[in-house]
Design a protein. Structure first.
Length: 405
């Protein structure tokens, strides 16, 4: 309210300044004409005095001429002053009033007054919109209604910033509007105000999990642990905890969480099949992560002198009947031999092409004088060995295979 009054005062002041500046300019132009008249008057007086001095005009005649000149000078100046006043009224006041009226109207229509009016209307519509948003769960609510609802919530939170539930609802609306950062900030405020509220913990954790960002996954895990410490059988918390663990590569915890969840869900539950599929995938990932192959690599004495001191050792496994892309590879600088290298799914080059997914393992080793795994002249290779998945250890000997051809 005070801001609105201040802005009106500024507009009025602007009109006053306009009036002063315009009036001063008119006055300066009027003074210029009066000065010209005065100069002409004084010049004529001097001419009369000169004519009297030269005997061209008698003193009586000169006096009459002076009196006539005085009357004309006074009359002309009076007319100029009257015209000046009329122009001030017509040329200054009307534009000044128009400027002030247009300024106030523009401020009311487009300035903060208009924005404040929208905010007030949004606050008044908040209860009705709230019922619609909650009943439709934002699915059938138009973007315009959501924007208005969000504006009303902001006005409410300005008046009651400690309302944890309002912050929670505001966060959900921001999420529906695609404003992720504002949604996270709102959920954080709600959580800080009421850290023991289970619905806030779960909603906040779900939002953080949806980002897939590692920095948020850790916080989501802590929120879910807080829920499960109070309610170890909470189905939503167990489900989300499995997702967090899976995304972080902790397949053992994902399997544990989803196993606990399946034990308490009836098979008719719509979530049962999805959790069962996720559990099977996590178990496969866990089995792959636990499946390892140890490769003992040695160098044949005949090629010891050919080993580049700054070379790179590659030990890898690929599908003997498939693409030459390694399913698992370890790269390390050449050092002392023999050397033991361990391969697992953690060494995969592609997320969907792993050691655990192959029907057979072709184990290979190569020493290169650069950092490229592709075969090049001067590389030293071991004879490939094909083994069955689950084999625990193999031995490879690097030698000059070209000499054996």
């Amino acid at each position: 309210m005070w801001m609105n009054l201040l802005m009106i005062a500024v507009v009025v002041l602007a009109g006053g300044v306009f009036l002063m500046v315009t009036g001063r300019r008119q006055h300066e132009r009027q003074r210029t004409r009066l000065d010209v008249n005065r100069e002409l008057y004084e010049q004529r007086i001097q001419e009369l005095d000169q004519e009297v001095a030269e005997g061209l005009l008698s003193e009586d005649a000169a006096q009459r001429s002076r009196r006539e000149l005085d009357k004309r000078f006074v009359h002309e100046n009076a007319e100029l002053e009257q015209v000046h006043d009329e122009r001030i009224r017509s040329d200054i006041w009307l534009p000044a009033v128009i400027v002030m009226v247009l300024g106030i109207a523009g401020y009311m229509a487009f300035g903060s007054w208009g924005l404040q009016r929208q905010a007030d209307e949004a606050l008044q519509a908040l209860p009705e919109l709230g019922r619609k948003v909650i009943s439709d769960d934002t699915a059938q609510t138009t973007p315009e209604e959501l924007e208005t609802f969000a504006l009303g919530l902001r006005q409410k939170l300005l008046r009651a910033p400690d309302d944890a539930v309002a912050w929670l609802v505001y966060g959900r609306v921001m999420l529906a509007l695609g404003q992720m950062e504002q949604a996270i900030d709102a959920f954080e405020k709600s959580y800080q105000l009421d850290p023991e509220r289970t619905s806030t913990q779960l909603s906040y954790a779900q939002l953080l999990v949806s980002t897939g960002d590692e920095q948020y996954l850790g916080k989501a895990a802590r929120l879910l642990s807080q829920v499960l410490s109070d309610d170890p059988q909470n189905a939503d918390a167990l489900s989300l905890l499995g997702v967090v663990a899976y995304q972080r590569g902790d397949f053992e915890q994902a399997v544990s969480a989803w196993n606990l969840l399946l034990q308490q869900l009836p098979e008719a539950d719509p979530r049962y099949q999805a959790i069962q599929q996720a559990l099977a995938d996590a178990e496969q990932q866990l089995a792959g992560a636990q499946m390892t192959l140890e490769v003992l690599v040695d160098v044949h004495p005949s090629v010891i002198t050919q080993v580049p001191p700054d070379g790179t050792l590659f030990v890898y496994v690929r599908d003997p009947d498939g693409a030459p892309i390694p399913a698992a590879v370890v790269r390390q600088p050449v050092g002392e031999f023999p050397v033991l290298v361990t391969l697992s799914d953690a060494d995969a080059m592609l997320d969907d092409y792993r050691l655990s997914g192959l029907q057979q393992w072709q184990v290979m080793a190569r020493i290169s004088d650069d950092e490229r795994i592709d075969q090049a002249p001067g590389d030293l290779d071991a004879e490939p060995v094909v083994v069955e998945p689950g084999t625990e250890q193999v031995k490879l000997v690097i030698k000059d295979l070209k000499l054996e051809l």
